[in-house]
Design a protein around this ligand. Structure first.
Ligand code: CTP
Length: 397
């Protein structure tokens, strides 16, 4: 897919630099030519020799190197590429880019180029959320720099939060999308995500443990392949993506209405953990401990959004993907669920507490279709998302 594309890969100084080695391999497998530029800090994490071996290319490190300049001047180096990828993009590299600095080879190349630039930020969570980095990010985006990630998760520094470099499949999907129109360009894909909140009274509600991580990752992965994504989300822990239409809802009923309003769509992915019931006798005012005994909640069934859309006779999306969160008999239950709801695919996952999947950063899924059950290896939710998005692109092609 990247046949004959020339990528200049700037490897900054971060622990995620080790992933850049795998990135080089995967890019070359896809036919790309990769020329690595290793910053001084980057060389503390990966060696020039490993980068040279994997890329089968000369490694560029110094701004003032007579031999390099004689072979290919740094201006030419930046212009010869179809795309410049900065992975990992550290807080310092982002600051240099935003400020227009040119005091080493990487920053000089980035300033001298008129090519597209894609950055994969990677840094400690506090550095990422610092107003200075967020200001630099906004400046870079205004300048047309493309950004993939960072993801939320456990970090090498022991903290948890956004700052972890995007996974290699996600970076490749973004590279694909930036070099081509993307396999999903022109396609409208609907994604539901997060939990729903069902009111008991104005201050209390019933919810579930869904963080919204998997749905958010899927929406981002689809957008990275060029899809026009409508993201309908319940109140999730994870912030919704910025570069798509986001509809925030509370209840299952609201979610169904938002989904109906967003149709037609070429594909729909129902990753939300929708509450099965709402409280039929929810109060308009707060329930008080007034001695009248324990509140008696009555439940009524919520609409099944996945089944409703799957069973539409008019304007049904060509591909409807549901999720099945199971604790027992994963494949049998999920297979039955696919047939009962009449969706095309079910992404089934085992959410038994010992798997650590619910609320965690990894997922082990089985894709169930009319072709049978296909178990994927355990991987991060972002990698599951990128893999699923690629499969959706194939199915819609
Ligand atoms: N779903 C939905 N609307 C609902 C309930 C579920 O759209 N009211 C969707 C979810 O987004 C998911 C799939 O249906 O894609 C499976 O949801 P799950 O809760 O695992 O299954 P249930 O239908 O609730 O079945 P059970 O509770 O028996 O496991």
């Amino acid at each position: 897919m990247l046949e004959n594309k020339h990528i200049l890969l700037i490897v900054g100084g971060g622990i995620a630099a080790f992933k850049s080695l795998d990135l080089v391999r995967r890019l070359r497998e896809r036919g790309a030519q990769v020329t690595p530029v290793l910053t001084k800090a980057g060389s503390e994490f990966v060696t020039p020799l490993s980068l040279a071996a994997l890329s089968a290319s000369k490694i560029y490190q110094d701004l003032f190197n007579l031999t390099d300049e004689a072979e290919m001047g740094h201006i030419e180096l930046s212009r010869a590429a179809d795309l410049i990828v900065v992975a990992p993009a550290t807080a310092d590299l982002m600051a240099k880019m935003a400020g227009g600095h040119a005091n080493d080879l990487a920053s000089t190349l980035l300033l001298a180029t008129d090519n597209r630039v894609l950055i994969a930020p990677s840094m400690n969570v506090r550095m990422w959320t610092h107003p200075a980095t967020q200001r630099n990010l906004a400046t870079l985006q205004d300048d047309g720099v493309l950004v993939v990630g960072p993801n939320e998760g456990d970090m090498a520094c022991g903290e948890y939060g956004p700052g972890r470099m995007a996974e290699v499949p996600e970076i490749i999907a973004s590279i694909d999308a930036s070099l081509t129109d993307g396999p999903l360009s022109g396609k409208h894909v609907l994604v539901t995500s997060g939990p729903t909140h069902e009111s008991i009274d104005p201050v209390r509600y019933i919810a579930n443990r869904s963080s919204g991580a998997q749905g958010t990752a899927i929406a981002k992965a689809l957008a990275a392949l060029g899809a026009d994504v409508t993201f309908v989300t319940g109140p999730a822990d994870i912030a919704p993506p910025m570069d798509m239409t986001v509809v925030q809802v509370q209840t299952a009923q609201d979610m169904l209405e938002a989904v109906q309003a967003a149709r037609p769509a070429d594909a729909a992915v129902f990753a939300a953990a929708v509450a099965d019931w709402h409280v039929a006798n929810a109060g308009d005012s707060k329930i008080k401990k007034d001695g009248a005994g324990l509140p008696q909640l009555e439940f009524a069934e919520n609409p099944d959004i996945l089944a409703t859309v799957s069973q539409m006779t008019k304007d049904r999306p060509k591909l409807v993907v549901g999720f099945a969160a199971e604790t027992d008999d994963l494949i049998a239950n999920a297979t039955a669920k696919r047939l009962r709801k009449q969706c095309d695919w079910i992404v089934a996952n085992d959410v038994s507490p010992e798997t650590g999947i619910m609320g965690g950063s990894e997922n082990a899924v089985t894709l169930i279709s009319d072709q049978g059950a296909e178990s994927w290896p355990r991987m991060t939710k972002d990698a599951v998302a990128a893999t699923l998005a690629a499969r959706i692109a194939e199915a819609l092609a």
